[in-house]
Each structure stands twice: as structure tokens, then as C-alpha cells.
Design a protein around this ligand. Structure first.
Ligand code: ATP
Length: 192
């Protein structure tokens, strides 16, 4: 997967719509302390489905919405759009959060579940917890990680993390079908 563009509006310090084109090769983001460099990486992780407010340096997920300054009022929503090339086709993934209404996701303009977005990225061997996204403090966390956590990282890197979710879904469906079959047997027995 190649990420080609990040578009932010009302996300943390990016109150006005901002477009970042990401060209092939190395991209550097430079600026003084506190100008919003880490916020950019967080915007990327957030759009990929990050659901831990703590890892977004907030107390609740609504803390990603522009909170206002001395000269500007707070915003009611934050939206981040990510344009990526997935299997040779351009795909737009959008996450939006509104105060009091929670998050919503869209893929190519269609409303989808958070799980659909996670699976899209997991299948492309990336995602909100991808080892390729190295934020501050992450290296020491990897060194200190438990073997099970390291295994999860390797699975993400190998692009097989999505299989666990699908397996869980399939098992749930199987159990529901088994329950239905049992019920059917009971109904048939009643008829006889
Ligand atoms: P450093 O180089 O020190 O790591 P940085 O360039 O990575 O800094 P960030 O940590 O991305 O900067 O940005 C911090 C800035 O974002 C702070 O000025 C903070 O006030 C602002 N900020 C964070 N959340 C919000 C919010 N919800 N609303 C408005 N501003 C916010």
C-alpha cells in the first residue's frame, strides 16, 4: 500500500483544512517543537482505526477535535481523509468524529464499519499498530515487549493479522448455525 495524500480538517492543531501530498521516496516533516509533527502521524493512525484515546495523547477520543485557542472557537468535528493505492487502485478512507456522536468511517464514499477499515489495512500489512509507524517511545516499548506482543507485531508486518478477525467471525457464525440446526431438530421432533 502506498499512501499518497493526507487531508485533515479540525484534527488537533490542524483547524483549517490541510492537504499533504506524500510523494514516492522519503518524506520529511520538519518544524519547531509543538508545531504538530506528531499530530500528523496520529492523524494517520487515527484514520486507520486507532481506538485508544491514550495512545492519541488524550483522555477521550473527542480530544482529537480542535479544542479552540484564545483567538479561535473550538470545532464540532474532526475529519481525516487518506488517499492510498491499494492493489493498484486509488482508495479513499475517511474517518470523522463529531462531538457527542462518535466516529464514522467511509471507504470510497460508502459508509463502512471500523472493522472494515482495520481489515483493509491489515490485509495490506499495515494499520494503526503497524511496526512501520514508529512514534516517540515506541522503540523502548518494542524492546521491553512480551513475546506474545512481539508475535502480534510480526503478524501485522506479515499481513496476516486480519485472519484472526475473520476466524473469530467464522467461528461465531458456525456457533449460530449450530444453534439454529439444534432448534430446527427440536421443531421437526415436535411436528412428528
Ligand atoms: P515536538 O517536536 O515537541 O514533539 P510536535 O511538532 O510533534 O512537537 P505535536 O505534539 O504534534 O507537535 O503538537 C502539539 C500541539 O498540538 C500543541 O500546541 C497542542 O496544543 C496542539 N493540540 C493538540 N491537541 C489539540 C486540540 N485538540 N486542539 C487544539 N490544539 C491541539
Amino acid at each position: 500500500m502506498q499512501i499518497k495524500r493526507l487531508r485533515l480538517s479540525g484534527f488537533k492543531s490542524f483547524v483549517d483544512p490541510a492537504d499533504l501530498r506524500i510523494e514516492p521516496g522519503l518524506t520529511g516533516v520538519v518544524g519547531p517543537n509543538g508545531c504538530g509533527k506528531s499530530n500528523l502521524l496520529e492523524a494517520l493512525r487515527w484514520t486507520m482505526g486507532e481506538n485508544s484515546a491514550k495512545s492519541m495523547r488524550g483522555a477521550g477520543m473527542e480530544d482529537v477535535i480542535f479544542a479552540g485557542t484564545a483567538t479561535r472557537p473550538p470545532r464540532d468535528f474532526a475529519e481525516v481523509s487518506l488517499l492510498a493505492e491499494v492493489n493498484g487502485a486509488e482508495t479513499e478512507i475517511v474517518r470523522r468524529i463529531e462531538r457527542g456522536a462518535g466516529s464514522a468511517y467511509r471507504i470510497d464514499g460508502k459508509d463502512v464499519r471500523a472493522k472494515d477499515v482495520s481489515l483493509l489495512f491489515a490485509d495490506a500489512a499495515t494499520g494503526a499498530h503497524s511496526p512501520a509507524l514508529v512514534s516517540q517511545g515506541r522503540i523502548s516499548a518494542v524492546i521491553a515487549a512480551k513475546p506474545t506482543d512481539r508475535r502480534a507485531m510480526l503478524e501485522e508486518a506479515a499481513g496476516i493479522a486480519g485472519l484472526h478477525v475473520r476466524r473469530r467471525d467464522a467461528e461465531q457464525k458456525l456457533r449460530a448455525t449450530e444453534a439454529n440446526l439444534l432448534r430446527l431438530d427440536e421443531v421437526i421432533a415436535d411436528q412428528e
